[in-house]
Design a protein around this ligand. Structure first.
Ligand SMILES: Nc1ncnc2c1ncn2[C@@H]1O[C@H](COP(=O)(O)OP(=O)(O)OP(=O)(O)O)[C@@H](O)[C@H]1O
Ligand SMILES: NC(=O)c1ccc[n+]([C@@H]2O[C@H](COP(=O)(O)O)[C@@H](O)[C@H]2O)c1
Length: 312
């Protein structure tokens, strides 16, 4: 695209778990920027936060990275950056953007700064290779929901100089969320108003208030999260008993009309007899599981779904 400026959109967050709305953010932002600005979005990055961020209920980074990888199998242009998760501690968002901009500078833009001691470029930076082959420089912008923008006002959460750098140096692409008013928020902030040209507010008309919190709540209750989260991610969550789904496996498998043949690694490790697992998983002859009670029922042969033994 001639005359356009190449950008990478980077979203920071817990992604605990990644939802379809996290993925949609990138599509919405790219459409908007291509329609209304001279920017050409060449890649998207999702940077899951370090375990030491310490948010309640945060599952470990290995699982969050894995879920993101599975979710992003459906995207040709958005990738996971594991860099944050490999640091010794939590990294402020400004430094996350700075690191990725320097990485792009040295690998794509040809501005190698010898004073910058670069971290090892790992497999998760393969996305960079797609950006070579053009002399147009690539810059990075923070992609976020309006709630993240509004968190700038929370006392002690963000340093003033970090906010200044995020809006002044990098720029923001903000997706509206129910209950937020980013225009008013910018109006009320001197620093944001000063850099308003660098803040792109994208009104999402097809509103969708999926949040990881709501997905975790549904999982905890054994409710379906299908069509809120990618199927591969749901499978991963149940397989690894994340988000308190440990005792919900039998219920889900009943709903799906499937059987759970294999024992759960945790139950095996705990030495539970293999026929009925404390996790709710069962071998072929046993089912009907509740967090409190375990009843044995003989199942009809596969593939007929088991009788309605779902425990409410
Ligand atoms: N429904 C949504 N609409 C717009 N932005 C969203 C939406 N859900 C998440 N985001 C944005 O995605 C980024 C990462 O979000 P995060 O992982 O905190 O998700 P979340 O769903 O808001 O999480 P939680 O519910 O655990 O607080 C943030 O910038 C957040 O504002
Ligand atoms: N000062 C900062 O740089 C700062 C403060 C709060 C949150 N954040 C980031 O914003 C994201 C917020 O994620 P959650 O909405 O899941 O809390 C995380 O990536 C976190 O690192 C950064």
């Amino acid at each position: 695209m001639t005359g356009s400026q190449r950008v990478v959109l980077l979203a920071c967050g817990s992604f605990n778990p990644p939802t379809n709305m996290h993925l949609r953010m990138f599509e919405i932002a790219r459409d908007f920027l291509h329609r209304t600005t001279n920017y050409h979005v060449v890649a998207g990055l999702m940077s899951p936060v370090h375990d030491k961020y310490g948010k309640e209920g945060l599952v470990n980074a290995t699982d969050r990275v894995q879920m993101l990888r599975l979710a992003l199998n459906s995207s040709a242009w958005v990738h996971v950056s594991e860099w944050e998760t490999h640091q010794d501690d939590w990294t402020p968002t400004r430094e996350v953007l700075q690191y990725h901009q320097e990485l792009i500078d040295s690998m794509v833009n040809g501005n190698v700064d010898p004073t910058v001691k670069r971290q090892r470029v790992d497999g998760s930076t393969a996305w960079l290779t797609h950006l070579s082959g053009s002399t147009d420089a690539v810059t990075i912008k923070l992609l976020c929901g309006a709630d993240l923008l509004e968190s700038f006002a929370r006392p002690g959460l963000w340093k003033d100089e970090d906010i200044e750098a995020l809006v002044g140096k990098f720029g923001l692409v903000v997706i509206t969320r129910e209950g937020s008013n980013p225009y008013k928020f910018i109006y009320e902030s001197d620093v944001l108003t000063r850099h308003q040209r660098n803040i792109h507010i994208v009104t999402e008309w097809i509103t969708n208030e999926i949040s990881s919190t709501k997905v975790r709540r549904a999982l905890r209750r054994g409710d379906s999260v299908k069509y809120l989260v990618q199927d591969s991610v749901i499978d991963y969550i149940y397989k690894n008993a994340l988000f308190d789904t440990h005792n919900k496996q039998a219920r889900r498998l009943h709903v799906l009309g499937k059987e759970f043949m294999g024992p759960c690694g945790m139950c095996e490790a705990a030495g539970t007899p293999s026929r009925v697992h404390a996790c709710g998983g069962v071998n072929r002859d046993a089912v009907s599981i509740d967090a409190a009670t375990v009843t044995t029922t003989t199942l009809p042969p596969s593939p007929t779904p088991p009788p309605s033994t779902v425990v409410t």
